[in-house]
Write a protein that binds this ligand. Structure first.
Ligand SMILES: [Zn+2]
Length: 336
């Protein structure tokens, strides 16, 4: 038996023939197992969806209650049968509700980790290594040049800037699911206790995080109706990166444009986006986290997907570990 008999890449996504399901399908299918709520992994229109309760909640928030005709909750660590296959979900440390999916059949275990990171994130459960024969890893930042600095250092850059420019609004671009809440939570942990203003596009997910016990402190809508421009002097305003290109951003006084992303390691990207204060904060593993994870698990075989596959495959080959790129399509850097 080959691992490909248990899971194989198809145009719809990773397919499990003996279980009759797909993992994070990019096209609507009959049965989907979903690792987490980011739009490139969790899409609407599947018949049956199995995911953690939080991921199912997040899909309902984003797509409406009818995002699937049937939902099945996966409790973390609990084994469930689908056809001849046993599946279980384990924390991935990526965003609230994110999980790796372990698939077992005839003594073979493959873990599809979805997106993951190893460093501490106060807004979600930490990554749990699951021993396996084949580990499927993401490769978003799979180049040795990508090393994310300690998160507290990056958050401190923002606090220092607030101190130096008390009259300027600080606009922090952060993706709506995960990154925005994480930046806010890290600010709170660093002792920042003033109200934080959020773009309307973040409200539902911030409310959801708070309802799940992630205390984000006082959040206020970043609307100027009824207020003056000067009200936002020295304030932190968090919004989706896309909002900073439009009229919405021009309402704030002499804004400092900031962006929280692993891509901020690349100076050119920061410049292109007109980012004055780049914050290297990522929900994906950097090169060290990827190679440490592979070292910890030392699977018989590594499958590499969405990102820079070649460097990681080469890294494994140098260590006599079998590795191959999966060439799955349809996964983007959206989550970054
Ligand atoms: Zn993601």
């Amino acid at each position: 038996m080959k691992p490909e008999d248990l899971l194989r890449p198809t145009p719809e996504g990773l397919y499990c023939p003996p279980g009759g399901f797909f993992i994070d399908p990019v096209r609507p299918v009959e049965r989907a197992l979903v690792t987490h709520g980011h739009a490139d992994h969790a899409r609407p229109g599947n018949q049956k969806v199995m995911a953690t309760r939080q991921t199912l909640d997040i899909m309902a928030l984003r797509y409406g209650e009818d995002f699937a005709s049937e939902r099945q909750v996966a409790e973390l660590g609990e084994k469930q049968r689908i056809g001849d296959v046993t599946v279980s979900f384990h924390p991935a440390g990526h965003v609230l509700g994110s999980a790796q999916i372990a698939v077992e059949w005839q003594g073979l275990r493959i873990v599809a980790s979805g997106d993951y990171k190893r460093r501490a994130d106060p807004t979600c459960a930490g990554f749990e290594p699951v021993p396996c024969d084949v580990f499927i890893t993401e490769a978003t930042f799979a180049l040795p040049v990508f090393r994310h600095p300690p998160t507290a250092e990056e958050v401190d850059k923002l606090l220092v800037s607030l101190k130096h420019f008390p009259e300027r609004a600080h606009l922090v671009g952060a993706y709506a699911l995960g990154k925005a809440q994480r930046v806010i939570k890290h600010l709170r942990e660093a002792g920042y206790d003033r109200p934080i203003y959020i773009h309307g596009a973040l409200k539902k997910l911030c409310d959801y995080y708070q309802s799940e016990g992630v205390d984000l402190g006082e959040l206020r809508p970043a609307t100027v109706e009824g207020g003056k421009k000067g009200d936002f002097a020295g304030a932190v305003i968090v919004g989706p990166p896309s909002a900073f290109a439009d009229k919405w951003a021009r309402r704030f006084p002499d804004p400092v444009a900031s962006f929280a992303s692993g891509w901020m390691r690349v100076r050119q990207r920061a410049r292109q986006r007109g980012v004055e204060l780049p914050l290297i904060i990522s929900d994906h593993s950097d090169w060290d986290e990827l190679t440490e994870t592979i070292g910890d698990l030392s699977p018989q075989e590594l499958w590499v997907t969405h990102g820079r596959e070649e460097a990681l495959v080469r890294w494994c080959e140098l260590r006599q570990m079998r590795a191959r790129p999966l060439h799955l399509v349809g996964y983007e850097d959206e989550a970054e």
